[in-house]
Design a protein around this ligand. Structure first.
Ligand code: EPZ
Length: 416
């Protein structure tokens, strides 16, 4: 329940990155031993990954924001549909399982709120490393006595496929070359963690990775990078409410595209060390964005940007070049009085004077973030339903927003 109209003010700390953590946890499977991940966000998706890895024999404990993983007793090399259907990132176990245990049975992810979101690049990559891969009964079944280094070119730059193949290649015989690799900060963080485990990887941070396989890896500890999407969401919250907010524990260089667009919209943004401060303008200017691969504007900020543009002083176009139909938030924004029209993979947003509170339904993680942002500026009360979506990727969002002066509270609601 959100009563809008309060300018956000104050300082809030950004949590560790969901999409980094979801890659680091399966990567630990590559070596037997104990690992400690500091700055781990307490999120629903981290819980889902934990229960999947526990079902394989891993011991996992989250104390505060320190995650301890024990990978010495992994006996089951399978990711069942029951787990994978809850979270696509579960497919990240494929590479580590085949690399360390020579076999894997991983459910295909199935449908998503938007998509299609295939995993053909993951499968082709593992196949190129010499594994036999069958698709049977909705499962990917892979076997390899030992993976062999290979040259792999991705037609599409994929975060997940880059991560999966890179993890698998660390224990392969010989050298693997990945061309058109993804360079998202979460992939760079994963590569650096693998190197800390003893892997040999060149070209980190570039779209050409060279991985020289080793016999074995060893445990390592790490601190998870800040969540650039959570940070971007809070900066938009400050902008849309006409507020002034400082984020701490954030890496501004991971946010450069978002910050540039916020400045184009009239915001004043200051980056000092691990803090980013935003001062909102009197009026938000309309600014077009096209969501693209890193370092472009992130698709995971597209819905939040659409909401900001819904109250801008003019018309803008928000295009998504990664996911063509990631616009499930639009009909809900229209329920709040927004004037948005979707044409193919773009939303034409005609800014309006005000939004008015109503009941709205979350459909996925980032769509729910965009509806909460709309509620913060809408007149009256907005009721955002199905908030379990938001808990997948935002740690205690209502507590953080409340600490900045938002009138927001969580209520037990009807199950739909
Ligand atoms: C990661 O998903 C993120 N998830 C997503 O964030 C994010 O939207 C996405 O990258 C893009 O930045 C995690 O890191 C857990 P991709 P991923 O493989 O790895 C196509 C959030 O809100 N593709 O880079 O699944 C695909 O269809 C989530 O936190 C293939 O065609 O994304 C898409 O168009 C949502 N075949 C494009 O590549 C494949 O085998 C990029 O997808 C794989 C991908």
């Amino acid at each position: 329940m959100i009563r809008g109209g309060k300018p956000l003010k104050g300082t809030v700390a950004v949590s560790g990155a969901k999409n980094a953590t979801l890659a680091l946890m399966p990567a630990a499977m590559l070596a037997p031993g104990t690992f400690h991940f500091a700055n781990t966000p307490a999120l629903r998706d981290v819980g889902t990954m934990s229960s999947l890895l526990r079902s394989m024999g891993m011991r996992i404990e989250l104390k505060g924001n320190v995650l301890t993983l024990d990978t010495k007793r992994i006996t089951k090399h399978e990711a069942p549909y029951e787990h994978v259907k809850k979270m696509r990132a579960s497919v990240y176990v494929l590479g580590p399982l085949v690399a360390r245990f020579g076999e894997a049975k991983v459910s295909l992810p199935g449908g998503c709120a938007w998509g299609p979101r295939p995993v053909n690049l993951h499968i082709e990559g593992i196949r190129k490393l010499g594994a036999t891969v069958e698709l049977e009964g909705g499962y990917i079944i892979a076997h390899a006595a030992r993976l062999q280094g290979a040259r792999i070119h991705f037609d599409v730059s994929s975060v997940g496929a880059t991560g999966n193949v890179m993890m698998a290649a660390t224990l392969a015989q010989g050298t693997t070359l990945i061309d058109n690799a993804a360079i998202e900060p979460e992939i760079t963080a994963l590569a650096e963690f693998l190197v800390a485990m003893g892997a040999r990887i060149d070209g980190i941070g570039t779209n050409r990775l060279e991985i020289e396989g080793v016999e074995t890896l060893h445990p390592a500890d790490c601190t998870t990078i800040p969540d650039r999407i959570e940070a971007g969401t809070f900066l938009v919250a400050a902008a849309i409410t006409g507020g002034s907010v400082t984020l701490t524990s954030v890496n501004a260089s991971h946010l450069s595209a978002v910050i540039a667009k916020l400045e184009d919209a009239g915001c004043t943004v200051r980056c000092e060390g691990a803090t980013v401060s935003l001062e909102a303008p009197g009026t938000i200017r309309p600014v077009d964005v096209t969501a693209a691969i890193y370092p472009g504007f992130p698709t995971d900020m597209q819905a939040q940007w659409t909401t900001l543009m819904a109250v801008a002083s003019g018309t803008s176009v928000v295009t998504d070049s990664i996911y063509f139909d990631r616009f499930k938030h639009v009909p809900e924004l229209v329920r709040l009085g927004a004037d948005v029209e979707v044409k193919e993979n773009a939303a034409v947003v005609r800014g309006v004077e005000r939004l008015t509170g109503a009941k709205v339904m979350s459909t996925d993680l980032r769509a729910s973030a965009s509806l909460i942002l709309a509620g913060l500026v809408a007149e009256g009360t907005t009721e955002v339903l199905r908030v379990y979506h938001i808990d997948r990727g935002y740690e205690a969002i209502e507590k953080k927003l409340h600490s900045l002066g938002a009138d927001i509270r969580r209520e037990a609601g009807e199950e739909f």
